[in-house]
Design a protein around this ligand. Structure first.
Ligand code: SF4
Ligand code: SF4
Length: 300
Protein backbone atom coordinates (compact mmCIF):
# COMPACT_ATOMS: atom_id res chain seq x y z
CA UNK A 1 0.00 0.00 0.00
CA UNK A 2 1.08 3.60 -0.61
CA UNK A 3 2.68 5.46 2.32
CA UNK A 4 1.74 8.56 4.29
CA UNK A 5 3.15 11.10 1.81
CA UNK A 6 0.75 9.89 -0.88
CA UNK A 7 -2.20 10.13 1.49
CA UNK A 8 -1.20 13.57 2.77
CA UNK A 9 -1.41 14.74 -0.86
CA UNK A 10 -4.59 12.80 -1.56
CA UNK A 11 -6.34 14.51 1.39
CA UNK A 12 -5.82 17.87 -0.32
CA UNK A 13 -7.98 16.75 -3.25
CA UNK A 14 -10.87 16.67 -0.73
CA UNK A 15 -9.99 20.14 0.68
CA UNK A 16 -8.72 18.43 3.81
CA UNK A 17 -5.22 18.80 5.24
CA UNK A 18 -3.58 16.10 7.29
CA UNK A 19 -0.39 14.55 8.59
CA UNK A 20 0.53 11.12 9.85
CA UNK A 21 2.76 10.03 12.67
CA UNK A 22 3.94 6.56 13.56
CA UNK A 23 1.78 4.53 15.96
CA UNK A 24 4.88 4.21 18.15
CA UNK A 25 4.40 7.86 19.10
CA UNK A 26 1.14 7.07 20.86
CA UNK A 27 2.97 6.54 24.15
CA UNK A 28 4.63 9.95 23.79
CA UNK A 29 1.23 11.58 23.34
CA UNK A 30 -0.04 9.75 26.38
CA UNK A 31 2.92 10.69 28.58
CA UNK A 32 2.71 14.30 27.43
CA UNK A 33 -0.94 14.56 28.52
CA UNK A 34 -0.28 12.68 31.77
CA UNK A 35 2.73 14.95 32.39
CA UNK A 36 0.52 18.03 32.07
CA UNK A 37 -2.04 16.41 34.36
CA UNK A 38 0.53 15.39 36.98
CA UNK A 39 2.10 18.84 37.09
CA UNK A 40 -1.29 20.43 37.74
CA UNK A 41 -1.51 22.15 34.34
CA UNK A 42 -4.83 20.54 33.43
CA UNK A 43 -8.03 21.39 35.22
CA UNK A 44 -9.37 18.26 36.98
CA UNK A 45 -12.97 18.65 35.79
CA UNK A 46 -11.90 19.27 32.18
CA UNK A 47 -9.51 16.34 32.32
CA UNK A 48 -12.24 14.00 33.55
CA UNK A 49 -14.89 15.23 31.11
CA UNK A 50 -13.00 16.11 27.92
CA UNK A 51 -9.55 14.59 28.03
CA UNK A 52 -10.15 10.86 28.45
CA UNK A 53 -8.34 9.81 25.29
CA UNK A 54 -8.10 6.51 23.36
CA UNK A 55 -4.40 5.99 24.04
CA UNK A 56 -4.64 2.23 24.46
CA UNK A 57 -6.44 1.06 21.31
CA UNK A 58 -3.61 1.11 18.79
CA UNK A 59 -3.07 -2.65 18.37
CA UNK A 60 -3.21 -3.63 14.69
CA UNK A 61 -2.55 -0.11 13.36
CA UNK A 62 0.61 1.50 12.00
CA UNK A 63 -0.02 5.22 12.07
CA UNK A 64 -2.08 8.04 13.54
CA UNK A 65 -3.60 10.52 11.11
CA UNK A 66 -4.63 14.00 12.19
CA UNK A 67 -6.81 15.81 9.67
CA UNK A 68 -8.54 19.17 9.49
CA UNK A 69 -11.18 20.78 7.32
CA UNK A 70 -11.95 24.49 7.12
CA UNK A 71 -15.08 25.53 8.97
CA UNK A 72 -15.58 29.27 9.13
CA UNK A 73 -16.87 31.27 12.05
CA UNK A 74 -20.46 32.36 11.36
CA UNK A 75 -22.69 35.05 12.79
CA UNK A 76 -26.34 35.70 13.52
CA UNK A 77 -27.84 39.16 13.16
CA UNK A 78 -30.18 40.43 15.85
CA UNK A 79 -32.47 43.45 16.05
CA UNK A 80 -31.86 45.56 19.16
CA UNK A 81 -32.87 49.19 19.81
CA UNK A 82 -33.79 49.65 16.14
CA UNK A 83 -30.39 48.62 14.87
CA UNK A 84 -28.89 45.38 13.63
CA UNK A 85 -26.26 43.75 15.83
CA UNK A 86 -24.16 40.64 15.26
CA UNK A 87 -23.43 37.64 17.45
CA UNK A 88 -20.69 35.23 16.46
CA UNK A 89 -20.63 31.44 16.62
CA UNK A 90 -17.08 30.00 16.63
CA UNK A 91 -16.31 27.35 14.01
CA UNK A 92 -16.30 24.56 16.60
CA UNK A 93 -20.08 24.86 17.07
CA UNK A 94 -21.68 25.29 13.65
CA UNK A 95 -21.14 23.11 10.62
CA UNK A 96 -23.95 23.72 8.11
CA UNK A 97 -23.69 20.12 6.87
CA UNK A 98 -19.95 20.41 6.19
CA UNK A 99 -18.97 17.87 8.81
CA UNK A 100 -21.01 15.19 7.01
CA UNK A 101 -19.10 16.01 3.83
CA UNK A 102 -15.81 15.88 5.77
CA UNK A 103 -16.68 12.48 7.20
CA UNK A 104 -17.89 10.98 3.94
CA UNK A 105 -14.84 12.26 2.04
CA UNK A 106 -12.53 10.60 4.53
CA UNK A 107 -14.53 7.36 4.34
CA UNK A 108 -14.37 7.53 0.54
CA UNK A 109 -10.61 8.05 0.49
CA UNK A 110 -9.87 5.28 2.95
CA UNK A 111 -12.22 2.85 1.21
CA UNK A 112 -10.88 3.69 -2.25
CA UNK A 113 -7.40 2.55 -1.17
CA UNK A 114 -8.63 -0.23 1.14
CA UNK A 115 -7.11 1.37 4.20
CA UNK A 116 -7.91 -0.11 7.58
CA UNK A 117 -8.93 2.86 9.74
CA UNK A 118 -10.63 3.77 12.96
CA UNK A 119 -11.70 7.18 14.29
CA UNK A 120 -10.16 7.88 17.70
CA UNK A 121 -10.45 10.46 20.43
CA UNK A 122 -6.93 11.87 20.79
CA UNK A 123 -5.50 15.29 21.75
CA UNK A 124 -5.97 16.77 18.27
CA UNK A 125 -4.35 20.15 18.91
CA UNK A 126 -1.26 18.47 20.29
CA UNK A 127 -1.19 16.15 17.27
CA UNK A 128 -1.45 19.13 14.91
CA UNK A 129 1.61 20.62 16.55
CA UNK A 130 3.61 17.40 16.97
CA UNK A 131 3.08 16.28 13.36
CA UNK A 132 3.97 19.72 11.98
CA UNK A 133 0.49 20.24 10.52
CA UNK A 134 0.32 23.50 12.46
CA UNK A 135 1.33 25.26 15.65
CA UNK A 136 -0.14 26.50 18.88
CA UNK A 137 -1.03 30.12 19.49
CA UNK A 138 -0.33 31.66 22.89
CA UNK A 139 -4.04 31.13 23.48
CA UNK A 140 -3.69 27.30 23.42
CA UNK A 141 -5.55 27.17 20.11
CA UNK A 142 -4.16 25.28 17.14
CA UNK A 143 -3.39 27.17 13.94
CA UNK A 144 -2.94 25.76 10.44
CA UNK A 145 -1.55 27.99 7.67
CA UNK A 146 -4.41 27.24 5.28
CA UNK A 147 -7.25 27.89 7.77
CA UNK A 148 -5.99 30.02 10.66
CA UNK A 149 -7.80 28.64 13.71
CA UNK A 150 -11.11 28.13 11.91
CA UNK A 151 -11.34 24.41 11.27
CA UNK A 152 -12.62 21.07 12.58
CA UNK A 153 -10.20 18.22 13.36
CA UNK A 154 -10.50 14.44 13.33
CA UNK A 155 -7.95 11.81 14.30
CA UNK A 156 -7.74 8.24 13.00
CA UNK A 157 -5.67 5.13 13.48
CA UNK A 158 -4.69 3.63 10.12
CA UNK A 159 -2.62 0.81 8.68
CA UNK A 160 -0.83 3.26 6.36
CA UNK A 161 2.95 2.85 6.55
CA UNK A 162 5.14 5.83 7.33
CA UNK A 163 7.53 6.87 4.52
CA UNK A 164 9.03 9.30 7.00
CA UNK A 165 7.87 9.95 10.52
CA UNK A 166 6.41 13.27 11.58
CA UNK A 167 7.20 14.15 15.17
CA UNK A 168 8.42 17.63 16.00
CA UNK A 169 8.89 19.99 18.91
CA UNK A 170 5.73 21.81 19.94
CA UNK A 171 5.93 25.29 18.43
CA UNK A 172 4.11 28.58 18.60
CA UNK A 173 3.02 30.34 15.41
CA UNK A 174 5.67 32.63 13.94
CA UNK A 175 3.41 35.63 14.45
CA UNK A 176 3.21 34.99 18.20
CA UNK A 177 6.79 36.17 18.70
CA UNK A 178 5.83 39.83 18.15
CA UNK A 179 2.26 39.75 19.31
CA UNK A 180 0.25 39.84 22.49
CA UNK A 181 -3.20 40.58 21.12
CA UNK A 182 -4.92 37.45 22.47
CA UNK A 183 -3.47 38.02 25.95
CA UNK A 184 -4.73 41.60 25.95
CA UNK A 185 -8.18 40.59 24.69
CA UNK A 186 -8.80 37.64 27.01
CA UNK A 187 -11.40 38.85 29.49
CA UNK A 188 -10.05 36.67 32.28
CA UNK A 189 -6.35 37.34 31.66
CA UNK A 190 -5.35 33.68 31.40
CA UNK A 191 -3.06 33.90 28.35
CA UNK A 192 0.62 34.54 28.97
CA UNK A 193 4.03 34.24 27.34
CA UNK A 194 5.23 31.37 29.48
CA UNK A 195 3.32 28.41 28.09
CA UNK A 196 0.95 27.40 25.32
CA UNK A 197 -1.13 25.72 28.04
CA UNK A 198 -3.73 27.99 29.63
CA UNK A 199 -5.77 27.42 32.76
CA UNK A 200 -8.80 26.06 30.90
CA UNK A 201 -10.76 26.00 34.15
CA UNK A 202 -10.81 29.80 33.95
CA UNK A 203 -11.68 30.00 30.24
CA UNK A 204 -15.29 31.02 29.66
CA UNK A 205 -15.68 28.50 26.84
CA UNK A 206 -16.38 25.44 28.97
CA UNK A 207 -19.13 26.82 31.25
CA UNK A 208 -20.64 28.26 28.08
CA UNK A 209 -20.94 24.85 26.45
CA UNK A 210 -22.72 22.99 29.22
CA UNK A 211 -26.12 23.46 30.83
CA UNK A 212 -26.54 25.21 34.16
CA UNK A 213 -26.01 28.55 35.81
CA UNK A 214 -22.78 30.35 34.86
CA UNK A 215 -20.17 30.28 37.62
CA UNK A 216 -19.85 33.51 39.60
CA UNK A 217 -16.31 34.25 38.35
CA UNK A 218 -17.67 34.96 34.84
CA UNK A 219 -18.53 38.65 34.66
CA UNK A 220 -21.69 39.34 32.62
CA UNK A 221 -19.84 41.71 30.29
CA UNK A 222 -17.45 38.94 29.21
CA UNK A 223 -20.02 37.07 27.08
CA UNK A 224 -19.24 37.76 23.44
CA UNK A 225 -20.42 34.78 21.38
CA UNK A 226 -23.51 32.61 21.19
CA UNK A 227 -21.39 29.81 22.57
CA UNK A 228 -17.71 29.62 23.42
CA UNK A 229 -15.64 32.78 23.18
CA UNK A 230 -14.08 34.61 20.23
CA UNK A 231 -12.01 37.15 22.13
CA UNK A 232 -8.62 35.53 21.59
CA UNK A 233 -9.19 34.46 17.98
CA UNK A 234 -10.98 37.26 16.18
CA UNK A 235 -8.13 39.78 16.05
CA UNK A 236 -5.34 37.23 15.91
CA UNK A 237 -3.05 38.11 12.96
CA UNK A 238 -3.15 34.45 11.92
CA UNK A 239 -6.90 34.81 11.29
CA UNK A 240 -7.01 38.23 9.65
CA UNK A 241 -7.16 36.88 6.09
CA UNK A 242 -10.25 34.81 7.02
CA UNK A 243 -12.22 37.72 8.50
CA UNK A 244 -14.26 38.22 5.33
CA UNK A 245 -15.28 34.55 5.39
CA UNK A 246 -17.53 35.19 8.41
CA UNK A 247 -21.04 34.80 6.96
CA UNK A 248 -24.47 35.59 8.39
CA UNK A 249 -26.46 32.36 8.77
CA UNK A 250 -29.66 33.65 10.34
CA UNK A 251 -31.49 36.75 11.55
CA UNK A 252 -33.41 37.06 14.81
CA UNK A 253 -36.09 39.75 14.64
CA UNK A 254 -37.43 41.67 17.64
CA UNK A 255 -40.32 39.16 17.76
CA UNK A 256 -37.94 36.17 17.73
CA UNK A 257 -35.92 37.71 20.54
CA UNK A 258 -38.99 38.34 22.72
CA UNK A 259 -40.17 34.81 22.01
CA UNK A 260 -36.81 33.38 23.15
CA UNK A 261 -36.77 35.55 26.29
CA UNK A 262 -40.19 34.33 27.44
CA UNK A 263 -40.04 30.68 26.31
CA UNK A 264 -38.30 28.00 28.37
CA UNK A 265 -38.73 25.02 26.04
CA UNK A 266 -37.85 24.74 22.37
CA UNK A 267 -41.15 23.03 21.50
CA UNK A 268 -43.11 26.01 22.89
CA UNK A 269 -41.46 28.59 20.61
CA UNK A 270 -43.42 30.14 17.76
CA UNK A 271 -42.87 28.30 14.47
CA UNK A 272 -40.72 31.04 12.96
CA UNK A 273 -38.44 31.24 16.02
CA UNK A 274 -38.23 27.46 16.16
CA UNK A 275 -37.01 27.44 12.58
CA UNK A 276 -34.37 30.08 13.31
CA UNK A 277 -33.06 28.22 16.36
CA UNK A 278 -32.89 25.06 14.26
CA UNK A 279 -31.08 26.94 11.49
CA UNK A 280 -28.47 28.04 14.06
CA UNK A 281 -28.15 24.34 15.08
CA UNK A 282 -29.33 24.78 18.66
CA UNK A 283 -32.69 22.98 18.56
CA UNK A 284 -31.16 20.13 20.60
CA UNK A 285 -29.53 22.45 23.11
CA UNK A 286 -32.18 25.12 23.65
CA UNK A 287 -31.37 25.56 27.37
CA UNK A 288 -27.77 26.45 26.54
CA UNK A 289 -28.87 28.61 23.59
CA UNK A 290 -31.42 30.60 25.62
CA UNK A 291 -29.06 31.20 28.54
CA UNK A 292 -26.16 32.23 26.28
CA UNK A 293 -28.34 34.33 23.97
CA UNK A 294 -29.76 36.31 26.89
CA UNK A 295 -26.25 36.83 28.30
CA UNK A 296 -24.70 38.04 25.06
CA UNK A 297 -27.75 40.07 23.97
CA UNK A 298 -27.27 42.39 26.93
CA UNK A 299 -23.72 43.13 25.75
CA UNK A 300 -24.72 44.08 22.19
S1 SF4 B 1 -3.12 36.85 18.86
FE1 SF4 B 1 -0.91 37.03 18.54
S2 SF4 B 1 0.02 36.00 20.31
FE2 SF4 B 1 -2.12 35.37 20.23
S3 SF4 B 1 -2.13 33.46 19.05
FE3 SF4 B 1 -2.47 35.11 17.61
S4 SF4 B 1 -0.43 35.66 16.84
FE4 SF4 B 1 -0.14 34.47 18.70
S1 SF4 C 1 -11.54 31.60 24.75
FE1 SF4 C 1 -11.94 33.57 25.78
S2 SF4 C 1 -11.69 33.18 27.98
FE2 SF4 C 1 -10.74 31.46 26.85
S3 SF4 C 1 -8.61 32.01 26.63
FE3 SF4 C 1 -9.60 32.76 24.78
S4 SF4 C 1 -10.21 34.85 25.27
FE4 SF4 C 1 -9.69 33.87 27.20
Amino acid sequence: MKGNIFFENELKTYDIVGKFTSIENMHKLKSEILGLKNTGKLNDWIYENYLQFDFDVSKGYKSIMISAMKLPVVKVTVEKNNSIKEIMIPSAYYNGGKVDVYNSNLDEMFNKYQVKYKPVHLPCKLLVSRTGLGSYGKNNIAYIDEFGSYFRMRAFLTDIEMDEDNWYEVTQTDKCSNCNICAKNCPNGIINDESYVIDAGKCITYPNEIEGVFPEWIKPEWHNALIGCMKCQLDCPNNLEFKNDIKVISHLSKENTLDIFKTSHYEELKDDTKLKVKEIEFSNAYDVFKRNFEAVYHNL
